[in-house]
Ligand binder design. Structure first.
Ligand code: SF4
Ligand code: SF4
Length: 340
């Protein structure tokens, strides 16, 4: 348990300013994420240094396809999330504090580990970055920040996989250490966001534009779920937003939904829809569109946006062919890749 940053006192309550929920938290209570608690007028993180997941992953698994392609990323998480997505793939850890009604900091699951150890292990495993992933890094921002500072000093990059709900007040401390981020743009409809995730759309759109403006390498993921966001109109809105507001070079990952957590009765997405979304993104003019969770790997390759020459061939998370050059070998067009 550790005192947190990112809060102010308001009408004898604490207002957490770490994410766009801006929870007002009374003495003895926690915010929506259930891992930040008001104890005697101070806000504490219940998950600081309590790592629930720790893996050496290919960075492609985040997914980040254009940032240090082919490298390993030391991937960590604590329990907790500020969203309550009914389809969460990692609900056992993201929703643990809520589902298990976490009230006592002594029962927070996770291995006690220091930022120094994380960085040491990442270096030993020959990772080139640390990924804050699986749950939502925002809710353990103080621990992530401590790791990010040490990682930067040690020559490692920092990448987040996020729902994009961080508060504008928190970014100034985090941005100097953040190199790349994959943000879910789950829906383009506020009601669906509220119903499925318990969050609003607009702060996410604002954050995406803000991250781009601040030159953080950005990739977007949309999990396509039948009847929730699979209409041509909604997919078109997402693709247009990416192209017009974030830039055609922003990679868009569309992936296939399988029944999970509280959406167990929902059908998996028809593969045909994923192919349609891929084609639609390309038609709109996005340079890099990827399709995940489908049988064919063909839509996981990177092609030159000018001449369509294959630049990176992937099978699942593995790179089969890539000559570590950020120019097309055929027409010499610059490919948007961060190689170091
Ligand atoms: S991180 Fe978000 S959800 Fe958690 S307490 Fe702060 S404002 Fe609330
Ligand atoms: S934002 Fe991500 S981790 Fe959090 S509940 Fe939603 S899917 Fe799960």
């Amino acid at each position: 348990m550790k005192k947190t940053l990112f809060w102010i006192t308001k009408n004898k309550q604490i207002q957490c300013q770490l994410c766009n929920h801006y929870c007002l938290i009374s003495e003895g209570q926690t915010g929506i994420c259930a891992v930040r608690k008001n104890i005697k007028g101070q806000l504490y993180s219940l998950v600081y240094g309590k790592v629930i997941a720790e893996n050496i992953d290919p960075i492609e698994k985040k997914p980040l396809f254009h940032f240090l392609p082919g490298s390993l990323s030391y991937s960590i998480a604590t329990v907790g999330c500020n969203f309550k997505c009914l389809h969460c793939q990692n609900a056992d850890i993201s929703q643990y504090p809520i589902d298990e009604q976490l009230k006592d900091e002594n029962f927070v699951p996770g291995k006690e580990i220091t930022p120094e150890e994380i960085v040491r292990k990442a270096k030993k495993a020959k990772c080139e970055s640390i990924a804050y992933t699986y749950t939502e890094p925002t809710i353990y921002a103080e621990f992530a920040l401590a790791c990010m500072k040490l990682a930067k000093k040690a020559g490692l990059k920092n990448v987040w996989v996020s729902n994009g709900y961080t508060a504008k007040e928190a970014w100034p401390k985090l941005l100097p250490y953040l190199n790349a981020i994959n943000v879910d743009l789950k829906f383009f409809n506020n009601e669906t966001y509220l119903k499925i995730c318990g969050a609003k759309l607009q702060p996410i759109l604002d954050n995406l534009k803000f991250l781009k403006k601040n030159k953080i390498w950005l990739e977007i993921t949309t999990l396509i779920i039948p009847d929730l966001n699979d209409s041509e109109e909604e997919l078109l809105s997402i693709a247009k937003f990416i192209k017009n507001e974030l830039g055609a070079e922003t990679p868009w990952h569309v992936s296939r939904f399988f029944p999970q957590y509280k959406l167990k009765d929902q059908n998996p997405t028809d593969e045909e829809i994923i192919h349609k979304a891929y084609a639609l993104g390309k038609e709109i003019g996005l340079k890099y569109v990827y399709a995940g969770n489908i049988v064919s790997d063909i839509h996981e390759n990177t092609y030159c946006p000018n001449c369509n020459r294959l630049v990176i061939r992937r099978t699942g998370y593995n790179i089969d062919k890539f000559d570590k050059n950020d120019h097309c070998p055929k027409c010499n067009t610059k490919i948007d890749l961060i190689l170091k």
